[in-house]
Write a new protein. Sequence first.
Length: 500
Amino acid sequence: MPSAESTPASVDELDLVPPTRNDEVARSGSELIGGPLGRRALLGTSWWNPVRVIVLVAIGVFALGLVQKAPCYDGAWFFGASSQYTHACYSDIPHLYQGRGFADGLVPYFDKLPGDMQYLEYPVLTGVFMEVAAWLTPGSGSIQDQEQWYWMVNAGMLMACAAVIVVCVSRTHARRPWDGLLVALAPAFALTATINWDLLAVALTASAMLMWARGRSLAFGVLLGLATAAKLYPVFLLGPLFVLCWRAGKWRDFGKALGGAVVSWLVVNLPVMFFAFDGWSKFYTFSQERGVDFGSFWLIMAQNSSDPLSTETVNTFATLLMLLACAGIAALTLTAPRRPRFAQLAFLIVAAFILTNKVYSPQYVLWLVPLAVLARPKWRDFLIWQACEVAYFLGIWMYLAYTTSGNAHKGLPTDGYHWAIGLHLMGTAYLCAMVLRDILMPERDVVRLAGDDDPSGGVLDRAEDVFVLGAAAHRPRHAGHFDGPQVEWGSEPGTTDRSL
């Protein structure tokens, strides 16, 4: 029998969409490795399929991110107040090993901590992740040795999460596996991956998106509930999904997703909630009581005001802005000329939370990277946004270096840091604007240019509309002459024009 490596590619494999054919930046970048994919290229005939290549690239770039933290690993985490900032290699992980009681064997949520933070201020599943890493950390040696080991153990576990993310993104849009390369090569992804434990929630969310794309609504819900048990932001994806299912009449699938999310979240949280309520609730009370912090436009306002808003007022205004954004996204979903893709709305809702929130830690960019790739896999726009995020990454550490270096004032002063925040806000807003344009003018959507409807939409893909408002009841008007393939939504799978 022929081996899997020598078996000719299937029709689906030959129908892949290579980015070098319709993306000028990808085409130019491909010159480094021999140029664009040719018409006679043999796809799917070797072990080196796109997903395996992308995983190896992601691991390599992740490793470069670990090397970037070397100055801190060798001493900046332990000696000198500002050196970890001047080297831009700060990480919460080694500091919280002792600061949150893991070095002393304290049980998260159940045992009180010394100092101002009485309990671990992270959601339960993230706390479990941190505790497992502590179990794997040798308890011998100095506290510095233990903190170094703790960071390395966490880095290995987070690398596994990164591999899961790129696999899921590569497989969510079945005909566009090479889009996962955007995640693998994202500079902000590598720089921020080991600052905190956000990659756990990102990996679970990416897995949930893949399950929804495969039509497995219950599995999507279970994974999304677990992701919400690790970080709050994944729960926002249920909002746009509700409106999409409303427009398409897919109530049964949404009910399964919602039920799975609620049950899995309760399974993780109920035991801790019941036996250690004060510790369990710390994440939620801390989020509410936390003042205006790094990275938000609220901080710019506070630092330029003689009478800054109180925390309660900021919480109220931030909530109102987020609710307005949710209402706008819902209206867009029901009135768009063509039903938006799920990934587009998922990106917009998380970006809205980031833009309106009172704090933006540099690792929050990890939440958006996979969603941005699925929403708009366009190299130019993605790299513009990433450049803004890298600028912010450097800006926050230089600002902290300035504030911790005493009279030396080494680093970026307050006004300079405000410009860094502005770059982050403008870059995210720019990418949101591009996604909005794709929704309002679907003929510009690079995913739909190849003839697809909503490859990450699962049961929504090519489904009929049953509830629309305004002009959505009519066929979309194209902005100009369009010669590319067009897909008819509301048709049975297999009937679309997928010519290239």
